[in-house]
Design a protein around this ligand. Structure first.
Ligand code: NAD
Length: 266
């Protein structure tokens, strides 16, 4: 399977290069960076922490899409929407890990998925996707007398909040309660907020240092509290999940899939 990496010099991009180079049956079709990036023309082997392999990063995105069976995209929402449209033109499959997408961005991805196969997930790790299943079960079993709060912490360079993973866990909790997350989510509290509304799903965001990603879903009842936690200590778990999604896509038709489909958890 030939895999292209867009945003190949980013924190995740480098990890993805390394994962593709070290996965049997996968070859690197190329890597892109944004126009003007200081990392254009860099050897992808070196970016991955390996020896040089003669494939250089480029801003010729179309050429990489044409050379690849699947492209992995961990970049930024505007770039990801452009990449999804390009994927429909070149007939390339796409794995999207980018977070911070708006409802409009998600509509773009959904319409592109009518023409090509796309896996999109706010978190590509086995652990978090399993956690989402547990959260859905717990939310369904415990009902509204248990207040659900989702707490997350990430490194200081992260630009979106709450994290894609926190939202994924919020969606799982909402699904367990048969409600729509947007109707019940409480993303910010400041000043005289009044009492907590029953049924709300609250979010709290911490940023600092080099934390790869930590999430706790708290179900707080009268006299007892359940906390379901995931701690990522190595970005490699996301890269491994993304490459696994690429191989899973090999025989899939157009459609929008997520990591629960890839991992057989749906
Ligand atoms: P980063 O800023 O280190 O890397 C992003 C890279 O994309 C940069 O090198 C940037 O130059 C490049 N880029 C931007 N626009 C581009 C374009 N048009 N063409 C080519 N390259 C372009 O960020 P990061 O920490 O690697 O995270 C990237 C995204 O992935 C974020 O949205 C983050 O939240 C998300 N993420 C998702 C998961 C998951 O499992 N789904 C895990 C980790 C991070």
């Amino acid at each position: 399977m030939k895999i292209g990496i867009v945003g190949c010099a980013g924190r995740m991009g480098r990890m993805l290069l390394k994962q593709v180079l070290e996965t049997q049956g996968c070859t690197l079709a190329g890597g892109t960076e944004r126009p003007g990036s200081e990392f254009l023309g860099q050897d992808l082997g070196i970016l991955a922490g390996h020896t040089a392999n003669g494939i250089l990063s480029t801003d010729n995105t179309r050429a990489v899409f044409e050379a690849a069976d699947v492209v992995i995209d961990f970049t930024a929402p505007a770039a990801t929407c452009c990449h999804a449209k390009l994927a429909t033109e070149t007939g390339t499959k796409l794995v999207i890990g980018t977070t911070g997408m708006t409802a409009d961005d998600l509509d773009v991805i959904a319409s592109c998925a009518e023409k090509t196969a796309i896996v999109r997930a706010g978190n590509m790790s086995m652990g978090v996707n399993l956690l989402a299943c547990l959260v859905q079960q717990a939310a369904a079993a415990l009902g509204e007398e248990f207040d659900i709060e989702i707490i997350e912490m990430h490194h200081k360079h992260k630009v979106d909040a709450p994290s894609g993973t926190a939202l994924l866990l919020g969606e799982a909790a909402a699904a367990g309660r048969n409600v729509v997350l947007d109707d019940v989510s409480q993303r910010v509290r400041d000043g005289i907020t009044g009492e907590r509304k029953a049924g709300d799903i609250g979010f709290a965001t911490l940023r600092g240092g080099d934390v790869v990603g930590e999430h706790t879903v708290m179900l707080a009842g009268a006299g007892e509290r359940i906390e379901l936690t995931h701690k990522a200590t190595d970005r490699r778990i996301f890269a491994a999940g993304a490459v696994r999604a690429c191989t899973w896509l090999a025989d899939k038709n157009a459609g929008l899939y997520d990591m629960k489909d890839v991992l057989g958890l749906s």
